[in-house]
Design a protein around this ligand. Sequence first.
Ligand code: BV8
Length: 246
Amino acid sequence: MYSIIPDALKEVLKRAKSVVVLTGAGISAESGVPTFRGKDGLWKTYRAEELATPEAFYRNPALVWEWYDWRRQLIVPLSPNDGHRAVAEMEKKFENFLLVTQNVDGLHRKAGSSKMLEIHGNIWNVRCTKEGTVKECLDVPLKEIPPKCACGALLRPHIVWFGESLDRQILDKAISVTEACDVFFSVGTSALVQPAASFAMMAKEHGAYVVEINYDETPISDTVDLSLRGKSGEILPEILREIIVS
Ligand code: BV8
C-alpha cells in the first residue's frame, strides 16, 4: 500500500531511542473539539483576553466559568480519535517517550496515554484561589457558577491562562526531554503560543529530527525537517504502522 511516510522518516524512526510528541488543539479537532484559531475556532466568537486571563477571571468569574462550563459540556460526550490512539500506542514503542500536550480536554488520557505532561493544565481540574489545592471536578453542568471551595473561596479552572507562567517543574521537564530527544513531532498546533511554540526549534537546535503534522501551514513549517500537511487522525496511524513494521 502506498505510504505517505517518506523513507527519510522511516529510517529515522528505525534508529530513534527517544521521542517527544507535542500536540495542540488540532489533534482533538476530529473528535469534535473546536480549535482556537481555525475558521470556526473558539477565538472567532470569543476574545482570549476576555476569557482566558487572570484579569478576566477576577473581573467576572461567573462569565469565565460560564465559558468553561460550556466547553466542558461540549467535550464530555466526545471520544478520542485515531490520532490520540496512535500517540498512546507510540509511547510503548520507544525506550524514552513523552507526550507534551497543550490541550486541556483530557482526550489523550482517555485514549490511554500515561507518559504525558499537560503543560496548560486540564479542564476537568479546579484549583482553590485561596489554598491552591487542586482537585478533579467532573460536574457537568457545574452545580453553581462560579463554584466555591469548602473554605468558601472561589475555585478556578486549573488551566494556565495568558500572562500566567507554566508550572516550573512541568516546563523544565518539557524542555529537558525536548533538548534530549532524537525525534520531535509537532502535531495539530499553530505554533503561536509561547513557550510551547519554541519547542520544535529547540529540539532541532539540539540535533533532533523534527516532524510537523498539521492541517495548515504554520510559522515552523519551513524550518522543520519534514512538514506533513493533513489530518493527524489519518497521518499518525500511518506513522505508527511504520514504527511497528520497522
Ligand atoms: C507565559 C488556556 C510567561 C486557555 C492557553 C503579552 C502578555 C502576556 C503574555 C504574552 C504576551 N505576548 C506573548 C505572551 C506569551 C503568551 C503567548 O504566547 N501569546 C501568544 C498568543 C502571542 N503566552 C503566555 O502567556 C503563556 N505564559 O508565557 O508565561 C509570561 C508571563 C507573563 C508575561 C509574559 C510571559 C501561557 C500560554 C498558555 C495560554 N493558555 N489556553 C484554555 O485553553 O482554556 S493557550 C491556547 O492556545 C490553548 O491552550 C492551546 O493549546 C494553545 C495553542 O493553540 P493550538 O493548540 O495550537 O490551537 P490552534 O487553534 O491555534 O491551532 C490548531 C492547529 O491545528 C491549526 O494550525 C490547524 O491547522 C490544525 N488542525 C486543525 N485540525 C487538524 C489540524 N491539524 C491536524 N489534523 C487536524 N485534523
